[in-house]
Structures are given as C-alpha cells and as structure tokens.
Design a protein around this ligand. Structure first.
Ligand code: FE2
Length: 256
C-alpha cells in the first residue's frame, strides 16, 4: 500500500498547486491513501470548512492540522461537518473536532493521528508523549500514521525512538522546510519535516518584504502570505500489506 503525505499547504498559491497537481501526483505515484496537512491553508494560518472540502475534492483522504488549527474561528463549530479533518490531540479546545481517525484502505484499517510537539511550541497543552500514550490505548487499527506537528528536530527524533514499534509512519510538519533525513527505522517511515506546499519565493510562506519590515525595520506588521508560485513537498511511503510495516519512504519536492 502506498501512502502519499503532503506537507503544510500554505496560502492561496499552495492550495492552487495542490488542487492542480494532486490528481496527477496520485496517478504517477500509485498512491492508495493521501494525507494532507492543511493548517496554513487559509491565508497562511488556519483552515476553513470550504478549503477543507477543496482539499478533499482534490484527492485527500484525511486532512491534518497543527498549532494554527483554530486560527480561523469558524472551523471550530464546523469540525462536525468535516469528518476527515483532524486536529492535534494536545491543543485546546479539546471539545472541537477529533484528534484521530480510522479509514479503510485496501482492506486495512488506517489510523491517522495528529499531535503537537512541546519544545518551542506554546500551543501544546499536554506533554506529547503522554498524549500519544493515551491515544495508542484507544486506537485499534492495522496501520497507524502520526503527523507530529513540531518545531524541534530532537523532539521528533525522540518520538521516533519511543513509538517506532507502534507507528508505521511518523511524519514531522510545521517548519515548512523539507529535511533530507527520511528513513525506515525498525519498520517505521520517518522524516523530520515533510516541507511545505506553498509559495517558493517566500519566508516559510510569508511575504519577504513584510518579514524584513518586521525583523529589520521593527515595524508592526500583519501576516501577509507570499503570492509567489508554490512548491509541492511531501513523501511517498510504502507499507507492506502483510506486515503493515513501512518498507520505503521517498521525498517529493517540486519547485515552480
Ligand atoms: Fe504550524
């Protein structure tokens, strides 16, 4: 079974690139199941129910989120109408939406879980290891994949060592910069960060001039996403149909 994971979809150009490219990418890779991190899809922060539906129509099976899950407040009450949208388990408010989901694919139960890291991440309201232990006590599935939305590489690497036997894939998101450390570690596919589907000529998706205004000229700025054409970043994971363990992981990075 092949699983395609696309990293943080960011702003309009990222959404447009995913909508345009995902159907072809699924064909070219033979992906059976597709997960997209959509936490920056709406103007660089958060997601709306309309954008969730666009990502699903483009070919996603599950959409994950992150520290900006609820930046667009309308999504809180709309979570119930977005059945395949999951939010980090250790992010408040916990009553809105769910943090994991199980879907059938090729006769297997695929669980996708979403957890926030705690190192340099103020949004996490519970230790991610406690959160993950609790989730794993609840989930019954053949294949468990985790989107660990986290800043610190060391925390992601430790997470891999702690959960390697329970997870078929641990995919880092949030930094928007794809790392080159993809590997199969004791049957668990891993990458510290899948990278961003968003504006290539940008600073992590944000307008470069605005970031300079803020950091160099010390001006107050709002968040303005770059309008530049987007790159596509993600990974393709292959899971053995018999053992339900990962056998390969390949980086995908397409620049405009
Ligand atoms: Fe994030």
């Amino acid at each position: 079974m092949k699983i395609l994971f696309l990293g943080d979809v960011t702003a309009r150009s990222g959404r447009d690139a995913v909508k345009r490219r995902l159907p072809e990418l699924k064909n070219e890779t033979g992906a059976d199941f597709t997960i997209i991190n959509g936490e920056n899809a709406a103007h660089g922060k958060g997601i709306t129910s309309s954008i969730y539906r666009q990502l699903m129509e483009a070919g996603a099976d599950v959409v994950t989120l992150g520290n900006h899950a609820f930046s667009k407040s309308e999504i809180r009450s709309a979570m119930a109408e977005c059945p395949y949208l999951i939010r980090p388990a250790n992010l408040e408010p916990k009553e809105d939406g769910r943090a994991w989901i199980v879907r059938e694919c090729l006769g297997k139960r695929i669980a996708v879980v979403n957890v926030l890291g705690s190192v340099f991440m103020d949004a996490a309201t519970e230790d991610p290891f406690v959160t993950m232990d609790n989730l794993l006590n609840e989930i019954e599935a053949d294949v468990i994949l985790c989107d660990l939305h986290a800043e610190a590489t060391a925390e992601k690497e430790l997470f891999l060592r702690v959960y390697q036997d329970r997870l078929a894939a641990l995919i880092g998101t949030h930094t928007h910069v794809q790392t080159a450390d993809e590997q199969i570690y004791h049957g668990c596919a891993y990458i510290s960060d899948a990278g961003m589907c968003g504006p290539f000529d940008s600073i992590l998706g944000r307008d470069c001039v605005e970031v300079a205004d803020r950091l160099v000229h010390k001006r107050l700025t709002k968040y303005t996403p770059s309008e530049a054409e987007a790159m596509i970043c993600g990974v393709l994971i292959e899971v053995d149909d018999n053992t339900c363990r990962a056998v390969s992981i390949r980086r995908i990075q397409e620049r405009p």
